[in-house]
Design a protein around this ligand. Structure first.
Ligand SMILES: O=c1[nH]c(=O)c2ncn([C@@H]3O[C@H](COP(=O)(O)OP(=O)(O)OP(=O)(O)O)[C@@H](O)[C@H]3O)c2[nH]1
Length: 169
């Protein structure tokens, strides 16, 4: 079984390795086909699906895993959340799932609403470099209690459910 994860970001590979046999996981950086900072669940989910399919096809893998971070509001509410979607496919069957949603502090939400990408905004606010490849916004907002790898692991294992449980067949 060979499994591709469609990103060069090490936290996405780590999250995928926690769910599947780690020796089988290969990082394949691919395009998400959506904007750098996806907005809304639909665009974020589409980015995860595009990555899963693109990396599956990159080198005849058995499973492709796509992970996408985005920002989204819930119906009728003003506050903006960091959300994360994962998709898993073998080319025929699909699994999709989300990780936790974390409310963005207002000053950060305002900058993302104005068009900035969350990762660079977080680096600017925290005085860090590439925080999205380390603890992530999730780690910063939870004082290290929930790293980005932890959060993305939840999304990947949720998306993997149809490949883990025969009730979906
Ligand atoms: O889901 C997340 N959990 C986090 O804790 C987190 N911290 C920062 N970000 C940022 O959210 C944007 C979209 O993420 P993203 O998945 O499209 O891209 P990425 O740049 O991280 O990786 P990739 O494009 O190389 O695969 C990017 O600006 C990331 O920096 C997070 N996203």
């Amino acid at each position: 079984m060979r499994i591709a994860v469609g990103s060069g970001n090490p936290v996405k590979r780590d999250a995928t390795e926690r769910v599947f046999d780690s020796a089988a996981v290969v990082a394949e950086p691919v395009s998400s086909g959506v904007s750098e900072q996806p907005t809304g669940h639909d665009e974020t989910r589409t980015g995860a699906e595009n990555r899963a399919l693109a990396c599956l096809d990159a080198d005849a893998y058995d499973l492709g895993v796509g992970i996408e971070g985005g920002v989204a509001r819930f119906a009728g509410r003003d506050d903006l959340f960091l959300v994360m979607w994962a998709a898993v496919t073998d080319g025929t069957r699909w699994g999709r799932g989300t990780g936790p949603s974390l409310r963005l502090p207002e000053t950060i939400a305002d900058r993302v609403d104005a068009g900035e990408e969350l990762g660079p905004v977080m680096d600017d606010v925290l005085g860090t470099n590439d925080v999205a490849k380390k603890q992530g916004a999730a780690g910063a907002f939870t004082a290290g209690r929930l790293s980005r790898t932890d959060a993305l692991e939840s999304a990947v294992v949720s998306a993997a459910a149809p490949f883990l449980c025969d009730l979906y067949d």
